[in-house]
Design a protein around this ligand. Structure first.
Ligand SMILES: Cc1cc2nc3c(=O)[nH]c(=O)nc-3n(C[C@H](O)[C@H](O)[C@H](O)COP(=O)(O)O)c2cc1C
Length: 356
């Protein structure tokens, strides 16, 4: 069967379909468990979650499924705290605060969640699969994960990055093409040089490394799955396609924006977080990109825009929300995750039959 291979074997899943861990709320325990129960690999996007919140979510997933699932975290970075940029940006953001009727926050915490503590929860809770983006874990972290038999999935946007991940004993590499929604995972060199489309990236990764490669970026249906496997990938990781699922925690305005989007709707921007990410173009992106204030590094900019994004969500103001989405967002389907998985599998079989 097309779906039995090194990836499904390593992860102990039925179909080579991974639901991307998407930080910020979309990947509820219900979504993760539904995908895993349907034979894929559900993943909790836990990058922004406090360690104890991760523990609660993992326990909740476990109460809903006995199948393997993953938790995704961010490899921490050392941003440069440029006071001038921070002050100018705070000033720039005040007009959105005025518009949303919120106060300027008294203080902003620039550091992200404590990575080692997040990781310890994964080990303590015996999470079977750990995936990550924005870097390559230290040898210490890798040996801890190996010691506890955790399967590890890393993100690469270039061959150079994939080789480094393979050298670090990572089990599986997700090749993130430039079509992908959300943040770029680039951690070596400039992000502009690493904007390689999936059609070009995947076969080059497959030729360069000996561990399973998973394709991601713009894959929405059976056509994308079979095409990825034709390029040599062992499976796919899909984000945007799962954002529209009924179990996802995606904001209703974000779902609406996905459905009314076209192939020309998304752009790459640093405006929300300081790190390049792909989302549906809105007023905030257009104005901030055109403005004079430079974006502070990730995750400082992410922290600075936090209150604006939160208030925009509460007030249903999609023009100020981060509407992350890949270039094929218009192909998203508002279905329960189980049904989406079934359709993806049926469509893949159908595409293969047609090709034969
Ligand atoms: C809303 C959203 C949030 C995302 N958050 C994460 C994340 O927390 N960690 C991660 O490794 N990738 C994240 N990604 C990227 C996905 O792993 C994947 O590369 C991408 O979704 C693939 O492209 P597609 O959206 O066209 O399917 C996110 C993507 C989206 C759309």
């Amino acid at each position: 069967m097309w779906s039995d291979n090194d990836l499904t074997g390593t992860l102990g899943i039925k179909y080579p379909i991974i639901q991307a861990g998407m930080a910020g709320g979309p990947t509820t325990p219900e979504l993760v468990a539904a995908v895993s129960n349907a034979g894929g690999l559900g993943t909790l996007g836990a990058g922004y979650m406090a360690p104890e919140a991760i523990r609660r979510a993992v326990r909740s997933i476990r109460s809903l499924t006995s199948k393997p699932f993953g938790v995704n975290l961010f490899i921490p970075e050392n941003p440069h705290e440029d006071q001038m940029k921070i002050e100018q940006m705070t000033e720039e953001l005040n007009r959105y605060r005025d518009d949303l009727h919120i106060q300027v926050p008294e203080s902003v915490q620039f550091t992200g969640q404590p990575f080692e503590d997040q990781l310890n929860v994964l080990i303590e809770e015996k999470v079977p699969v750990f995936s990550f983006t924005f870097g390559n874990p230290s040898h210490h972290v890798m040996s801890m994960l190996k010691e506890h038999n955790v399967k590890v999935i890393g993100t690469a946007t270039t061959v150079r990055e994939a080789k480094q991940l393979e050298k670090n004993d990572i089990d599986i590499v997700v090749g993130q093409g430039s079509e992908a929604g959300g943040h770029r995972g680039t951690f070596i060199g400039s992000f502009e040089d690493a904007l390689v489309g999936s059609m070009a990236l995947i076969p080059q990764l497959v030729d360069a490394i000996d561990i399973p490669v998973v394709a991601s970026g713009g894959i929405m249906d059976g056509r994308g799955i079979v095409a990825s496997m034709a390029l040599g990938a062992s499976g796919v990781q899909m984000g945007t396609a799962f954002l529209a699922c009924s179990e996802s925690g995606t904001h209703p305005k974000h779902k609406e924006a996905l459905h009314s989007s076209t192939d020309e709707s998304t752009v790459l921007t640093r405006a929300f977080s300081g790190k390049p990410a792909r989302g549906i173009k809105n007023e905030f992106i257009v104005e901030m990109e055109a403005g004079n204030a430079e974006f502070p590094d990730y995750p400082i900019q992410n922290a600075l825009t936090g209150d604006v994004r939160k208030a925009a969500k509460a007030q249903n103001k999609s023009e100020y929300m981060s509407l992350w989405a890949g270039q094929a967002s218009r192909l998203s389907r508002n279905l329960p995750a189980t049904e989406l998985l079934e359709r993806l599998v049926d469509e893949s079989g159908q595409v293969l039959e047609n090709l034969n």
